[in-house]
Design a protein around this ligand. Structure first.
Ligand code: WTA
Length: 649
């Protein structure tokens, strides 16, 4: 049975005992009150929270400004500093509380109290200023999962610089595209990173990226994470510690407008290059803050561990900003789940007393394969909430997570959201009754609806396009430098206010949402978003490739795997040479984008299956990739024999 079918026939309901329910800060009554208030006064609901939860250096008087819709502004005339909210305001009563527990790939451990984090962030903020970074400048952060990545992000926020974190697994080419699009002035990186017992170079990719077209980058700050020597370019590259020497640990945070961009984060869409999703300061922080309280119930005694990399939105809202804003203790982990063995996640949970754990279904499915005995060797008694994000979780993985890791006592918080939404949108509170595979209900103040193809709201329990009807504080503000793309992509329904998500969903009779997956040409591989177009253009840029089409096919661990159909402009080699070409093309994609985009299958044909008007028939390619018999109508195909070529592996 496919995941989607098994999700849709799932009817079990799970609730924790009343005794456990009582331990959660938001009770069912409180939740009902919040929902009622939000329904009655949408803007008032969010504005009250913004006053209660955030510290403003200048209070706002305007909740929502929708005069330039669909460009919405929240808390417009207010001023604040995000880093002040994440660190300084905790110094009075939590200065000795641990903010970050870091575990390195090799088991090395570092701890930072809020006071220590404050000192580090201030010193680095002063360093950035001394190196010429000013409010509004863009700074690229290309670093592994080490505390310095969070320190760099927080330091940018402190001076009002706009960071754009590029996932360390992206290639030099992908890095260059982002540097250029953002118009960045500085890159912050490390000499290398440590993962799975190996050291991986990073600075080298920065050097390659900067070779051409990035003249505006004046400085590169390099933190030494490994023992590897790297070349430092005179006048451009500076060692982090040397640059920081003599810098004061005092820094007055720069108050910015609520709407001042906090960061850009590049993500894949269905067309063109990755887009720079632009987030605000006040609105973004508000949703990041409240969802850490609501979904994860973070309290004084919690140790929160979100396994996401800071290169993704989850690592922004649930590592770098949200947990700090609520004053929590969090774990940061540099390594991989399977090194030195597949018990690593459970060892980290045990050793640091993790109480709330947040990861992706792909990780759960990968670890499930190693059986239940491995997690049983670790003490996971402290866990009280388990979260998932990134893709629909199949009921089998949900049950394993619930029974084996959570020992039946921990609610599974399945959080649906996107880079563009900034924070959780549809997700249970810990007290919500759960159905495996459903992200349950929209949060209070999130107006999720389901539309038909024409943009009419469906009110029954039908499936359709997921959309958000009213603006919310942490929504995307713009596609960096491309206002038109912002409107066309997210508000495609002329004259209607819907933010169209790009996922299809189904709502059941209890009002629970079931996300079915993307409706556009975006793949979800191990919870990572990849545009088919991006992979196609990478393939086509190879000298031997004339044309390429990329589709997803179901994969039991990754969720989706990348399948590529390629037309060569040279003769198709045979035997070993053909295998070598497949390898060459896979490596090419890895070099152009990053290893996560490597096609799992590559098939060759003399043309792509096209209609007489030249449109590629992707549904046929999807069927071939899945190994399905072609039962669809192929009469509109220009040349039906193409299908036979592609069906041969
Ligand atoms: C998918 C990641 C089902 C969805 C935070 C969305 C999910 C895309 C879930 C965004 C979930 C994310 N259940 N699907 N709980 N969470 N998705 O921007 O297709 O990397 O549109 O943000 O991931 O991916 P992004």
């Amino acid at each position: 049975m496919s995941n989607i079918e098994s999700i849709l026939t799932e009817n079990r309901v799970f609730e924790v005992s009343d005794e456990i329910k009582k331990t959660f800060s938001v009770s069912e009554e409180k939740l009902a009150e919040m929902r009622a208030k939000a329904a009655e006064d949408h803007v008032g609901f969010w504005s009250d929270l913004a006053r209660e939860k955030l510290s403003w250096s200048k209070p706002f008087t305007v909740g929502l400004d929708d005069s330039k819709a669909p460009h919405y502004k929240w808390f417009t005339d207010g001023e604040l500093n995000v880093s002040y909210n994440c660190i300084d305001r905790h110094l009075q009563d939590k200065s000795d509380k641990t903010a970050i527990i870091f575990e390195g790939d090799r088991g090395d451990i570092e701890r930072y109290t809020y006071k220590e984090l404050h000192d580090q962030v201030c010193r680095f903020a002063n360093t950035l200023t001394a190196q010429g970074v000013e409010k509004g400048d863009r700074v690229i952060i290309y670093m592994p999962m080490i505390p310095q990545a969070v320190i760099a992000m927080q330091a940018c926020a402190r001076i009002g610089a706009i960071h754009s974190v590029v996932f360390g697994g992206f290639s030099a080419e992908a890095l260059r595209d982002r540097i250029v699009d953002a118009g960045a002035k500085m890159v912050i990186t490390t000499n290398g990173s440590r993962r799975g017992g190996k050291t991986i170079p990073l600075k080298h990719a920065v050097d390659t990226a900067l070779e051409k077209g990035c003249e505006q980058v004046k400085k590169v700050i390099v933190y030494r994470r490994t023992d590897d020597e790297v070349e430092m370019q005179e006048g451009r590259d500076i060692d982090w510690l040397e640059a920081e020497a003599g810098m004061s640990n005092y820094h007055d945070p720069v108050a910015v407008d609520s709407e001042h961009p906090l960061f850009l984060l590049y993500t894949s869409g269905s067309t063109g290059k990755p887009k720079g999703v632009q987030h605000s300061s006040g609105g973004y922080l508000l949703n990041a803050h409240v969802t850490n309280e609501w979904m994860f119930d973070l309290n004084d005694n919690d140790v929160f561990w979100c396994t996401a990399d800071v290169g993704w939105i989850t690592g922004h809202s649930y590592v770098a900003y949200g947990p700090l804003s609520v004053g929590a203790t969090m774990v940061m982990f540099e390594g991989v789940p399977t090194y030195p063995d597949a018990g690593r996640f459970w060892q980290v949970c045990q050793d640091h007393g993790v109480t709330v754990f947040y990861t992706a279904p792909t990780a759960i499915r990968a670890l499930m394969k190693f059986g239940a005995d491995l997690p049983k060797q670790y003490d996971l008694e402290k866990l009280r909430l388990l979260g998932t994000v990134g893709e629909p979780i199949n009921p089998e993985a949900w049950m394993w997570y619930h029974d084996v890791i959570g020992q039946g006592r921990c609610p599974i918080i399945d959080t649906w959201w996107q880079t563009e939404t900034g924070a959780h949108m549809i997700a249970p509170f810990p007290v919500t009754p759960l159905k495996p595979g459903s992200c349950t209900q929209p949060l209070p103040g999130i107006d999720a609806v389901i539309l038909d193809e024409e943009g009419n709201e469906l009110i029954g329990n039908e499936g359709g396009l997921l959309a958000i009807k009213q603006p919310w504080p942490s929504m995307i503000r713009n596609v960096w430098g491309d206002e038109e793309r912002y409107r066309n992509t997210y508000f495609p329904l002329e004259g209607k206010p819907y933010y169209v998500v790009g996922d299809s969903a189904h709502r059941d009779a209890d009002g629970y949402f079931w996300i079915l997956g993307r409706v556009d040409d975006v793949l979800n591989v191990s919870g990572h978003r990849l545009g088919t177009m991006e992979i196609e253009s990478a393939l086509v840029s190879h000298a031997k490739v004339a044309e390429a089409a990329v589709v997803g096919r179901p994969h039991d661990v990754k969720g989706e795997a990348v399948a590529a159909f390629v037309v060569l402009n040279v003769d198709l080699p045979e035997g070993d040479e053909r295998d070598a070409l497949v390898q060459e093309l896979r490596n090419w994609v890895s070099q152009e984008i990053g290893p996560i985009a490597k096609p799992d299958d590559i098939r060759f044909g003399t043309n792509l299956p096209k209609t007489r008007s030249g449109k590629i028939m992707r549904r046929l390619l999807r069927a071939i990739a899945k190994g399905e018999e072609i039962t669809q109508d192929t009469s509109t195909l220009e040349d039906p024999t193409i299908l036979d070529q592609f069906q041969k592996k």
